[in-house]
Ligand binder design. Structure first.
Ligand SMILES: [Mg+2]
Length: 378
């Protein structure tokens, strides 16, 4: 089988309500749809995250895609290695594993989709087989005010989410209010995780954690700057609450360093950081050897990433039970099937073949028009 053509299309999907977090407010998901066509009539789909500039990422993605034409989709890992060399390593000064991960993720997952469809198997079956029947996700309440976050948290808890995860890092008074109101809303039986998204810093994080420990916090995610392994290790050494590493970790080498320095109790990993499914599993294996669980990260993404991450998660030995889910933010999705709504905070491990989804062609058209309208204005 040969790859004959690869199309990339920037899309914008609006959010139901603005998404508030420590670094600002987001109103939509901008992604780049990747379509890999083959000489056997099989088409595979993936997506890249399109921020901060879909047109810039698309240029680099198209350079990588061009290298794949005429090659077999079953050369996935080799193609990704060659693309990294050609686009980045070959120029020395441009070595950029993190950015490359974002550029290559959609291409890599589309190649997995082709491979699964060609084999008539789900992608998780090609990854060694699912280790579980379902993936558990945390309830991720949204809102601008503490009251809105807490009310949504109560709803998600009532719907069966066992882990509730809220964004903080939005100012000390608001953070304290969010945590107190959310804990009161979900009661004592649910686990509560906080994510200040680098905004607290080491000294302040230790102080904030001391204040918040009374609310039975299960975990605090990436309270410190994404570039300082030392700062995260410093917080973890002083914290009575478990610490997770997120923005600090993109590559297998990052995972190794976090584990070696004992900087985190949990590692948050996403396909758009690692550069796709294979590197996510490679990274997870390193954490497993260190006795650290991995949970799946979410970004401004469509159901394509939800499906791809579900297949990868099915094969992660050390998968945590609080994984990130972003579909509830979307006003509408570009995936027509399967149903990606959570039931009691869970999705089944998705069947194939491939990544196992059908695109909603009309929704893709709407999302393309929405992106083009934005591009015209900028
Ligand atoms: Mg995070």
């Amino acid at each position: 089988m040969k790859i004959t053509d690869i199309h990339t299309t920037p899309l914008k999907i609006p959010y139901k309500t603005p998404y508030h977090w420590a670094q600002g407010t987001v109103n939509d998901a901008v992604v780049i749809l990747v379509e890999v066509h083959t000489d056997e009539g099989i088409t595979g789909y993936g997506e890249c995250i399109g921020t901060p500039s879909a047109s810039v990422i698309q240029v680099h993605l198209n350079l990588a895609a061009r290298l794949c034409i005429g090659r077999s989709p079953f050369e996935n890992a080799r193609l990704m290695r060659e693309a990294y060399h050609s686009l980045f390593q070959a120029f020395g000064t441009c070595s950029s594993p993190r950015y490359a991960g974002q550029v290559f993720a959609g291409l890599e997952m589309a190649l997995w989709d082709v491979m699964g469809k060609a084999a008539g198997r789900a992608v998780h079956e090609l990854l060694g087989g699912a280790l579980r029947d379902e993936i558990q996700y945390f309830g991720f309440p949204q809102g601008e005010s503490a009251e809105e976050v807490a009310a949504h948290a109560r709803q998600l808890s009532d719907e069966g989410c066992e882990v509730i995860y809220v964004k903080v890092g939005r100012g000390e008074l608001l953070d304290l209010e969010i945590v107190e109101k959310t804990r009161n809303a979900i009661g004592t039986s649910r686990r509560l995780r906080l994510d200040p998204n680098e905004k607290w810093g080491a000294l302040n994080a230790i102080r904030m954690i001391q204040k918040l420990v009374a609310f039975d916090i299960e975990c605090v995610e990436q309270p410190t700057d994404c570039e300082s392994l030392t700062a995260l290790a410093q917080v973890r050494a002083a914290s009575p609450v478990a610490i997770a590493a997120d923005q600090l970790v993109f590559t297998p080498y990052d995972v190794f360093n976090v584990c070696r320095e004992k900087a985190a109790d949990l590692i948050v990993l996403g396909l758009h950081e690692t550069g796709g499914i294979a590197r996510l599993l490679e990274s997870a294996h390193i954490a497993h050897a260190a006795g650290v669980n991995v949970c799946i990260h979410g970004l401004y993404e469509s159901g394509i990433t939800t499906c791809a991450a579900n297949h990868a998660a099915a094969a992660v030995t050390n998968l945590d039970d609080g994984n990130q889910y972003m579909n509830h933010l979307l006003e509408w999705d570009i995936v027509a099937s399967p149903d990606l709504c959570l039931h009691e905070g869970r999705l089944p491990v998705l069947p194939g073949p491939g990544l196992g989804f059908e695109l909603d062609v009309d929704a893709v058209g709407r999302a393309s028009e929405a992106y083009l309208k934005t591009a015209e204005r900028s």
